[in-house]
Design a protein around this ligand. Structure first.
Ligand SMILES: O=P(O)(O)OC[C@H]1O[C@](O)(CO)[C@@H](O)[C@@H]1O
Length: 286
């Protein structure tokens, strides 16, 4: 499930302009075989570590926050993972989705994208005639998306712009959201947006999706590749349990053995920017 959500970030239409719809379907395959084949492209893999941590969460009320990246297929995979966490595991009972108030890099999820995704997926005219889906898979999709709808109605899923109270104090959810599209790296969250930091500080897991969020987490700095992820997070490290799921589309990359990077460079792989390689980076609360 973690890998499925990770590779959702690889469907970046700005990088894939040369692909046919069938190539894109192949890229979006999430079956066991496809996952195994792609595991070799994960250069930093904390899946076991984060799952071990999740299994320590006991009792009701666990909250997971998703700091979203792209609308479209990636958001679909975020919903699937979020639904899995609340429906099929005992560890979480609430998911908060953090959109951006405007797109930073073209297709970032805005509140309007979030709302229309569910409506579109339930619409009978949304999928093109040439779609290869069977009536059976269409029925499964409808059942799943209706469950997402009821999670939203019951407050199991919440969009962060709708948060109106933290610790009995009134807050404006849209104000909380402004930090994501400010000019600062996420290093400065505590002093620039203390309410947002306070909200995430009480989360049981904060998942940052995608390349943009990774760049802002690490300050977009030219770190030596072997730099520890915790170091690159600066003062944010340890503030809350943090999982970054990112396919590499920009130069910054940390916590990779130097020899692995050297080998990829020697083979002429554009591993930092092609979107073919990925990082799963977990940093626990300190
Ligand atoms: O949508 P994501 O995963 O945040 O990717 C954004 C990245 O895509 C690009 O726009 C193109 O690769 C980069 O400049 C940027 O860092």
């Amino acid at each position: 499930m973690i890998q499925m959500c990770l590779w959702g970030n690889a469907t970046d239409l700005s990088l894939l302009t040369h692909l046919a719809p069938s190539d894109i379907e192949h890229l979006q395959a999430v079956g066991k075989g496809a996952q195994q084949a792609r595991a070799a492209f994960i250069l930093k893999d904390d899946q076991e570590a984060v799952w071990e941590y999740i299994k320590t969460l006991v009792g009701p009320g666990g909250r997971c926050d998703f700091v979203l990246d792209n609308a479209g297929f990636e958001l679909f995979t975020d919903f699937v993972f979020a639904d899995f966490l609340v429906t099929y595991t005992p560890y979480f009972s609430k998911i908060v989705f953090h959109p951006k108030l405007f797109p930073w890099f073209v297709s970032d999820v805005t509140p309007a994208d979030f709302e229309t995704t569910i409506v579109s997926l339930l619409s009978t005219t949304f999928f093109p005639e040439i779609s290869t889906r069977s009536p059976e898979s269409a029925a499964h999709l409808e059942k799943m998306v209706k469950r997402w709808q009821s999670h939203l109605e019951q407050g199991t899923f919440i969009l962060s712009t709708n948060i109106n109270k933290i610790d009995d104090q009134k807050v404006d959810g849209a104000e909380l959201c402004k930090f994501w599209t400010g000019p600062w790296p996420y290093w400065n969250m505590k002093e620039r947006s203390s309410q947002l930091w306070g909200w995430l500080h009480t989360s049981d897991l904060v998942i940052f999706k995608g390349d943009l969020n990774y760049r802002k987490l690490t300050g977009d700095v030219k770190w030596p590749v072997s730099t520890r992820f915790a170091t690159s997070l600066g003062p944010l490290a340890g503030s809350f349990p943090l999982l970054s799921l990112r396919t590499n589309k920009a130069d910054v990359a940390v916590d990779i053995p130097q020899e692995v990077a050297d080998d990829l460079d020697a083979r002429g792989e554009k591993w930092r920017v092609s979107g073919k390689y990925a990082l799963v980076s977990f940093e626990p609360r300190s």
